[in-house]
Design a binder for this molecule. Structure first.
Ligand code: ADP
Length: 255
């Protein structure tokens, strides 16, 4: 099934001959399967909130809208479903970028400012959960990269550190440039077991589906981190202990 055979019939002085070339398609088939699984998973993930939205709108239209309390309750759930759909669509669009992405010219960024800018997006959530963040790294450290890929790496790791930290905890972001750029994001949150650490970078893998769904997670964040780190020629790893916290380390080459 994984072999593609091309045959040619030749006629020459030695008589009839058959020439053949055999192509091994194992790798191609493997990629096709990943693609099919992804589409299957996406369809499933999209179906859940859409089914819920249809169910609640129908119930409201059938008369539940006469009850103000029920209306508020249903609209709250519907809003959550819509936000989930929005996150899924954003992540799917994000994953469709590949290494030939057009608008990804190299830019030089100043790391300290860049990290602070990313943090600003989460100020509201940080205040709400009373989380503190320490940024450890020198100022005026310049790094040349493709921000289209670099920014989502930082964004997703930061988002997870916040998401999976209980209230009143601390997050530390460390960066240093030597032969490579090394960024570490450490939280003192719920942590990840050894078995789950092996799988969290897979698309749609979530340790606790219900919890992740409740918090608006799509299960695609770390897949984006891994794929983009690889596009930039680097690596990502995790060290974690359940109930103690996690450290994600991204290492990227210096251009
Ligand atoms: P999600 O959208 O669910 O956060 P991710 O791909 O970003 O998806 O992460 C996959 C899973 O890995 C999460 O569902 C969560 O269980 C686990 N995880 C990721 N980051 C952390 C973290 N900092 N602390 C604890 N668990 C984490």
């Amino acid at each position: 099934k994984n072999l593609d055979v091309h045959l040619r019939f030749l006629e020459n002085a030695a008589g009839d001959q058959i020439m053949g070339t055999v192509y091994d398609l194992t790798h191609v088939r493997h990629l096709e399967k990943i693609q099919r699984d992804f589409v299957g998973n996406v369809s499933h993930e999209l179906k859940t909130p859409v089914t819920s939205l249809i169910g609640f709108t129908e119930t409201l239209l059938d008369g539940a809208k006469e009850n103000p309390e029920l209306t508020t309750e249903f609209l709250t759930i519907m809003h959550k479903d819509a936000v989930r759909l929005q996150h899924l669509i954003q992540d799917i669009i994000e994953l469709s970028k590949d290494s030939d992405h057009v608008s990804d010219e190299l830019q030089t960024i100043e790391l300290h400012d860049f990290v602070l800018q990313q943090l600003e997006f989460y100020q509201h959530l940080l205040t709400k959960k009373d989380l503190t963040v320490n940024v450890v790294g020198a100022e005026n450290v310049f790094y040349q990269t493709r921000p289209v890929f670099f920014q989502p790496i930082l964004k997703n790791l930061l988002e997870n550190a916040i998401q999976y930290s209980p209230e009143h905890k601390n997050i530390v972001i460390t960066y240093k440039v030597k032969e490579v750029l090394e960024i570490k994001i450490t939280d003192t949150g719920i942590g990840i077991s050894k078995e789950d650490q092996e799988r969290i970078f897979e698309r749609f893998y979530r340790v606790d589906r219900a919890r992740s769904r409740h918090s608006g997670g799509t299960g695609l964040g770390l897949a984006i981190v891994k794929e983009y780190t690889e596009i930039l020629g680097g690596t990502v790893s995790v060290e974690s202990h359940p109930k103690l916290g996690s450290t994600f380390t991204v290492t990227l080459p210096i251009n």
